[in-house]
Design a protein around this ligand. Structure first.
Ligand code: PLV
Length: 322
């Protein structure tokens, strides 16, 4: 059997968050994965399937998909080339290099880096690792829901699951996981920041939308277009996907509160999901009747992320003040 690169992560009850929402809040601590985020689940699985005899992998990334690809490649003994946009902070470039990857910075946003990665995959004969748009990624990500069911025990079902959405790979994986365990009636709250809101724009327009630019500081949510599968799920009458936005300031406030209360530092992309609780989105949805007033346990996917340290946090604070 192929080696699995990801870990089973803890499901922690948060007393502080539970107080805020009025129901038990459980945190799926994907920040504790090797490579720092949930991405290793899907990317590890995809690399096992597609890159075993590869000359090397190439991945376009805001940072975290790249971290996962570099980690998997190192474990498999193949080379990794990661193409990042200029918005990826130097600290991540360093972390990628420390993980043994060759890093190339191309363009302003992820979409530019992705065009280059696809080109190099072709010309250099490398295995292309997409960060969010592939069924093998979704299958890998789905394993986190199987773990949630095991952690909650047989008689407990979530009232809702909260996820961040960039290109929609995490969302597709969570939905696949919910399908696998027969929980398709569990609503999903899909969180983005204003300015990295391609999924919300697609849901509003009733079709896939390509954003002009990424103006949010949550750069790892910064795909200009959501993947088709995520959009198709949003149109499905069998699922309840509630797409919600928070501001960068709310995402930043969320990561600071999370650091204070849970003693864990995560990046802005993850802050979007945490802000669903801290900024009162969940309570508002309950008041609006879009989530039940008597909500079962809320599961928040703490997707994690490596594009943060204390210096970056301070930079973000200054940037958002000005
Ligand atoms: N980040 C991707 C895409 O960036 C990347 O290259 O790393 N939370 C974190 C910490 C993430 O890094 C990402 C995606 C997401 C959430 C959203 O996941 P997605 O893209 O599968 O919806 C441009």
């Amino acid at each position: 059997m192929a080696e699995v690169f990801h870990l089973n992560t803890p499901l922690l009850e948060s007393i502080n968050m539970s107080k805020r929402v009025g129901t038990n809040v459980y945190l799926k601590m994907e920040n504790t994965q090797p490579s720092g985020s949930f991405k290793i689940r899907g990317i590890g699985h995809l690399c096992q399937q597609l890159a075993r005899h590869s000359k090397g992998v190439i991945c376009s990334s805001g940072g975290n998909a790249g971290m996962a690809a570099a980690y998997a490649a190192q474990k498999m003994g193949v080379s990794a080339t990661i193409i990042v946009p200029s918005s990826t902070p130097p600290l991540v470039v360093q972390r990628l290099q420390d993980q043994g990857a060759t890093v190339k910075t191309v363009g302003k946003v992820w979409d530019d880096a992705n065009t280059e990665a696809l080109k190099l995959a072709e010309t250099e004969g490398l295995t292309y690792v997409p960060p969010f748009d592939h069924p093998l990624l979704w299958k890998g990500h789905a394993s986190m829901i199987a773990e949630v069911t095991a952690s909650l025990g047989p008689s407990v079902k979530p009232g809702a699951v909260v996820v961040s959405v960039g290109g929609g790979g995490l969302l597709c994986g969570v939905i696949q996981g919910l399908k696998d365990v027969g929980w398709t009636d569990v609503p999903i709250v899909a969180m983005e920041t204003v300015g990295a809101d391609c999924f919300n724009a697609a849901v509003k327009a009733g079709k896939l939308v390509t954003l002009d630019d990424i103006t949010s500081e949550a750069k790892c949510l910064g795909a200009k277009t959501a993947c088709k599968q995520a959009f198709d799920y949003s149109q499905s009458s069998e699922l309840t996907i509630i797409s919600e936005l928070v501001t960068d300031q709310q995402a930043l406030d969320a990561i600071q509160t999370f650091l204070d209360e849970e003693r864990v530092l995560v990046e802005m992309a993850c802050g979007a999901a945490l802000a669903a609780v801290y900024s009162g989105v969940i309570v508002r949805l309950q008041n609006e009747g879009r989530l039940p007033a008597l909500l079962g346990p809320l599961v928040v996917i703490v997707c994690g992320g490596s594009t943060i340290n204390m210096e970056q946090l301070t930079n973000l604070k200054h940037k958002l003040q000005s």
